[in-house]
Design a protein around this ligand. Structure first.
Ligand code: SAH
Length: 213
């Protein structure tokens, strides 16, 4: 896979941009500095890969903005070996970041084309999620629960109950909640019955869609 000096240079600039926007987690910054984001974007548009912007990846979907990926990952407080579910595999970039952090990643995508494309692509460039699943993220993954962390990368109109239920005590759910604009929300499971909720400002995501599969 091609990764030129110019691309590597632009990638280090992207790390600086994301850091300047407030990301402090060294492992998150290292992951952004390492992952060849230009390979996650359709060829022909690679020149934009290292701008801090979302980008179309086909099937009406987008690869999230690097700052957003960094912020969500930081809020998830991933530790090595953590078992994490991602809802919305998309291009696989967020999954690659989680894998770089040492997580065991389960990732769900409801769009068949994207699921197929990314399932082939990620291992090809050396990123191996524990499982890539074609399915509906609203249900989570009861068969593999409980999880140390759940990260939703599409705008959720409400917080799906199964996701709360599938968290370990001490685990975190990072989810952008809202219709047109989303509030980045983190739920930490304090005990079997108690959750702490914190909010982290406005973001814009493509919508989390219900049941097609
Ligand atoms: N994490 C991705 C960003 C993807 S955009 C990346 O790093 O590139 C959001 C993705 O969520 C889209 O691919 C969309 O198809 C998917 N999605 C939307 N609703 C979903 C659902 N209910 N279950 C699983 N995936 C969903």
């Amino acid at each position: 896979m091609k990764d030129t000096l110019k691309q590597q240079g632009k990638r280090q600039q992207l790390v600086k941009i994301v850091e300047a926007k407030g990301i402090r987690n060294e492992q998150v910054l290292a992951a952004i500095g390492k992952i060849p984001r230009h390979l996650f974007i359709d060829s022909g548009f690679e020149g934009y890969a290292y701008e801090d912007k979302p980008f179309p990846i086909g099937a009406d979907q987008t690869i999230s903005q690097p700052y957003t990926v960094a912020r969500q990952t930081e809020l998830l407080e991933v530790k090595k070996g953590d078992k994490i579910v991602e809802i919305g595999t998309g291009s696989g970039y967020q999954a690659a970041v989680l894998i770089e952090m040492g997580a065991q990643v389960y990732t769900i995508e409801r769009q068949k084309e994207l699921f197929k494309k990314t399932s082939l692509f990620l291992p090809k460039i050396g990123y191996r999620p524990k499982k890539m699943i074609f399915g509906d993220g609203y249900k989570g993954l009861p068969e593999y629960a409980p999880f140390d962390g759940i990260i939703v990368t599409a705008g959720a109109p409400f917080v799906p109950k199964p996701l709360m239920e599938q968290l370990k005590v001490g685990g975190k759910l990072v989810i952008p909640v809202g219709e047109k604009v989303q509030i980045m929300t983190v739920y930490t499971r304090k005990s079997e019955k108690e959750f702490e909720k914190k909010e982290y400002g406005e973001f814009r995501f493509v919508p989390m869609l219900e049941d097609k599969v």
